[in-house]
Design a protein around this ligand. Structure first.
Ligand code: PEP
Ligand code: MN
Length: 334
């Protein structure tokens, strides 16, 4: 960490700051420059919050050298985490295709979608049981019953399952019924939930909050990993920008950047990013072409009758065709 001091910095302030840093086992080297004095802080600063230093009036600026997300960060150019769930590899050579309805509406609905996902060579069945809706009057999901339906449908068609958890008190249900536990955008910084998921036995699919930076996203992954669960899959699902024509703006640059700096697998959810079905296929292709480890697509046989997010749901036939396109695209580019 490098601290630049203000001009004519007060000696008592510098001494107090250095004493405080040295009491934390850092060593400090001071360099007198022509214009500014610089303090080099040596030691493992990954757990030190550099913003604290601005409390000292003698500090002009602080530059971190070590990132605060040590466990999430890639340590070498080739380091890569592959997450194995049943027979599936996430973050391996082939992208994973995840599909299913926004909400699980009935056993028949989720079974018919599961059959189609398996027939389309999809790998993971998604479905919401606990829904984080903006309005308290909107459909909130069928809860445990829906998780049970998801599990029955996924097992019947040999698919891996994923569903979103809202409340850490429901963790036992997720441990019982699902293969991968999703943390939604709205809960990305729910630290109590993240800590509890650090103790879970299932991999976590961590969506990026729509108002969060890449660094905050990685810090949330760091919460889960530092509490004991190394199996984290990151999911870019669009961020909020000034552009109103789509629900969110898919941050493919952020997806690529996070893949570069982290060893974790990164997938993309173009459905929640676009908010409209007619943009989903193009965004999914762009994601796979750019190197995402998979895509998660909302699918519904009758989108106009969906309990939630019908406007962004692909019909099953379009999803089947899309998977074939994505496979050809990936093969052509690898
Ligand atoms: C979802 O996947 O159904 C969902 C609510 O997504 P997000 O958290 O990205 O809004
Ligand atoms: Mn949805």
């Amino acid at each position: 960490m490098i601290i630049t001091l203000v001009k004519d910095a007060d000696i008592a302030c510098i001494d107090a700051m250095i004493d405080a840093l040295e009491s934390l086992d850092f060593s400090c080297q001071t360099t007198l420059g022509k214009h500014y004095t610089i303090v080099h802080v040596i030691g493992d600063t990954s757990r030190y919050d550099e913003k604290k230093l601005y409390a000292y009036p003698c500090v002009k600026s602080v530059v971190r050298i070590q990132e605060p997300y040590q466990k999430t960060q890639r340590q070498s150019l080739t380091e890569k985490t592959i997450i194995r769930v049943k027979n599936l590899e996430i973050g391996g050579r082939e992208p994973v295709y995840i599909a299913g309805p926004c909400s699980i509406e009935s056993l028949e609905q989720i079974e018919s979608i599961a059959e189609m996902v398996a027939a389309s060579e999809g790998h993971i069945l998604r479905g919401g049981a606990f829904k984080p809706r903006t309005s308290p009057y909107d459909f909130q999901g069928f809860g445990e019953k829906a998780l049970e339906y998801l599990s029955l449908a996924a097992n019947k068609y040999h698919l891996v399952s994923v569903s979103e958890i809202l409340d850490l008190n429901d963790l036992h249900l997720f441990e019982k019924y699902v293969d991968i536990i999703q943390v939604g955008a709205r809960n990305m910084q729910n630290t109590a939930l993240l800590k509890a998921l650090g103790r879970a036995s299932k991999p976590i699919l961590l969506k990026r909050g729509f108002g969060n930076t890449v660094e905050e996203w990685l810090m949330s992954a760091e919460y889960i990993i530092s509490h004991g669960n190394k199996n984290v899959i990151l999911c870019e699902r669009g961020i909020r920008t000034f552009e109103p024509s789509t629900r969110h703006t898919l941050d493919l640059a952020g997806m690529l950047y996070v893949k570069q700096i982290s060893h974790l697998p990164v997938i993309v959810d173009p459905s929640h990013a676009a908010g409209r079905w007619d943009l989903v296929e193009g965004l999914a292709k762009a994601s796979i072409a750019a190197g995402a480890d998979g895509v998660m697509i909302e699918v519904h046989p009758q989108p106009e009758r969906a309990f939630s997010d019908g406007a962004q749901a692909l019909k099953p036939s379009r999803f089947s065709a899309l998977v074939q396109d994505l496979k050809r695209l990936h093969k052509a580019l690898k």
